[in-house]
Write a new protein. Structure first.
Length: 280
């Protein structure tokens, strides 16, 4: 099925709002009174929100216009493939938000096949509720990031203090990189999206971000991967900036890649600043 990868910048990551209160009853009533016009409007917005909620899986669900075109070319088959993709993406990404969902595409189509008409309504109701759960969790996470960003206590001090990210194990073992206060550094495997390339089977495109806040203010580490980030052996929350003190050990995914966060005041030797030396 058609899909493409979407590159998102630091500015637009986490700034999209998604609808949290979709209603099956409203969907059915408005679709009826508008002679199905609202049905296509609903489906198009649904696909767009799923792309926002599930952006970490690297997939892209096409909008209604392309869905209708592909359906014509495939004699109506593609619209069911399109629905299956949406439902499966919701199911597959639920763990990232620590949310339980009620169905995948197989369950969705079992309802449609075994109980015609009514089964479709039941399947849609469950899919809508699952989407609302993910949307609520997404908005809570987005709000937390906004609060951390707006909190004056998290603002970096004058850029005279620096920290270091030292590779202990993995593809960057023995390498050391300088962290400039207030500047977020992305770690991951996709050269087009990260400042520091990390290699490994479990490493995501953008696995995490690290920001040094200055002496006595420590670091912020944010997990952007379903495979997890561990600080001193404890997994940190997904997509929430987490305070980490100096000299902490940060492990990515299965622990094959480990780093130590060191405040510049604790070490006299100078390392290359990230941005000037970010290639392996």
């Amino acid at each position: 099925m058609p899909e493409r990868r979407r590159k998102r910048t630091n500015q637009d990551r986490g700034t999209d709002e998604v609808k949290q209160d979709r209603s099956l009853l409203l969907y059915v009533l408005l679709s009826f009174v508008t002679f199905s016009v609202y049905h296509f409007y609903f489906m198009d917005l649904w696909a767009k929100d799923v792309n926002i909620l599930c952006e970490k899986d690297g997939k892209h669900t096409v909008g209604v216009e392309k869905m209708m075109l592909f359906s014509v070319l495939t004699f109506g088959v593609y619209k069911y493939v399109w629905l299956a993709e949406i439902v499966d993406r919701i199911c597959d990404n639920a763990a990232e938000y620590d949310v339980e969902v009620r169905q995948d595409s197989e369950t969705f189509f079992v309802w449609m096949i075994l109980v015609p008409v009514l089964g479709y309504l039941v399947a849609m109701y469950r899919a809508i509720q699952d989407t609302n759960r993910l949307a609520e969790a997404y908005e809570r996470s987005r709000q937390k990031r906004t609060e951390v960003h707006d909190n004056p206590n998290t603002k970096p001090p004058p850029p005279c203090m620096r920290g270091r990210l030292s590779g202990l194990t993995g593809s960057l073992a023995g390498r050391s990189f300088e962290l400039i206060p207030g500047r977020s550094v992305e770690l991951g495997r996709n050269p087009a999206e990260v400042s520091l390339i990390v290699r490994g089977e479990k490493i995501s495109r953008i696995h995490c971000t690290v920001q040094y806040n200055g002496k006595d203010l420590g670091f912020n580490v944010t997990d952007h991967s379903r495979n997890g980030v561990f600080v001193n052996g404890v997994r940190i929350p997904y997509n929430v900036p987490t305070y980490v003190s100096g000299k902490s050990i940060v492990a990515l995914a299965d622990g094959a890649n480990k780093f130590q966060l060191i405040e510049a005041a604790d070490e006299d030797d100078r390392s290359p600043a990230l941005g000037a030396d970010n290639e392996e």
